[in-house]
Design a binder for this molecule. Structure first.
Ligand SMILES: [Zn+2]
Length: 60
Protein backbone atom coordinates (compact mmCIF):
# COMPACT_ATOMS: atom_id res chain seq x y z
CA UNK A 1 0.00 0.00 0.00
CA UNK A 2 1.32 3.36 -1.01
CA UNK A 3 0.01 6.83 -0.98
CA UNK A 4 -0.38 9.17 -3.90
CA UNK A 5 -0.09 8.56 -7.61
CA UNK A 6 0.54 4.82 -7.46
CA UNK A 7 -2.63 4.02 -5.53
CA UNK A 8 -4.70 6.54 -7.48
CA UNK A 9 -4.01 4.53 -10.58
CA UNK A 10 -6.28 1.77 -9.32
CA UNK A 11 -9.33 3.99 -9.00
CA UNK A 12 -10.89 3.11 -12.34
CA UNK A 13 -13.26 0.44 -11.08
CA UNK A 14 -16.85 1.66 -11.49
CA UNK A 15 -18.06 5.19 -11.10
CA UNK A 16 -20.12 6.65 -8.32
CA UNK A 17 -20.67 10.06 -9.85
CA UNK A 18 -21.63 11.08 -13.35
CA UNK A 19 -22.25 14.47 -14.93
CA UNK A 20 -25.30 16.16 -13.45
CA UNK A 21 -27.92 17.18 -15.97
CA UNK A 22 -28.98 20.20 -13.93
CA UNK A 23 -25.68 21.83 -12.93
CA UNK A 24 -23.34 20.05 -15.33
CA UNK A 25 -20.99 19.18 -12.51
CA UNK A 26 -19.52 15.69 -12.35
CA UNK A 27 -21.17 15.13 -8.97
CA UNK A 28 -24.39 13.26 -9.69
CA UNK A 29 -24.38 10.00 -7.78
CA UNK A 30 -25.54 7.10 -9.91
CA UNK A 31 -26.87 4.88 -7.11
CA UNK A 32 -28.35 7.49 -4.78
CA UNK A 33 -29.48 9.69 -7.68
CA UNK A 34 -28.47 12.83 -5.83
CA UNK A 35 -26.10 15.48 -7.06
CA UNK A 36 -23.47 16.36 -4.48
CA UNK A 37 -23.02 19.76 -6.06
CA UNK A 38 -26.52 21.16 -6.61
CA UNK A 39 -28.69 18.65 -4.74
CA UNK A 40 -30.52 17.51 -7.86
CA UNK A 41 -32.65 14.51 -6.93
CA UNK A 42 -32.83 15.63 -3.32
CA UNK A 43 -34.44 19.00 -3.56
CA UNK A 44 -36.20 20.97 -6.25
CA UNK A 45 -34.13 24.00 -5.36
CA UNK A 46 -30.39 24.32 -5.76
CA UNK A 47 -28.34 22.89 -2.92
CA UNK A 48 -27.02 25.91 -1.09
CA UNK A 49 -25.71 26.64 2.37
CA UNK A 50 -25.34 29.83 4.35
CA UNK A 51 -21.63 29.22 4.78
CA UNK A 52 -21.29 29.44 1.04
CA UNK A 53 -20.48 33.10 1.21
CA UNK A 54 -20.79 34.90 -2.05
CA UNK A 55 -18.08 37.42 -2.81
CA UNK A 56 -19.52 40.89 -2.90
CA UNK A 57 -17.52 43.18 -5.21
CA UNK A 58 -18.82 46.37 -3.64
CA UNK A 59 -18.19 45.67 0.03
CA UNK A 60 -15.59 43.30 1.26
ZN1 LIG B 1 -25.98 19.00 -10.01
Amino acid sequence: MTKGTASLGKRSRGKSHIQCRRCGSHAYHVKTKICASCGFGKSARLRTYTWQKKRNPTSD
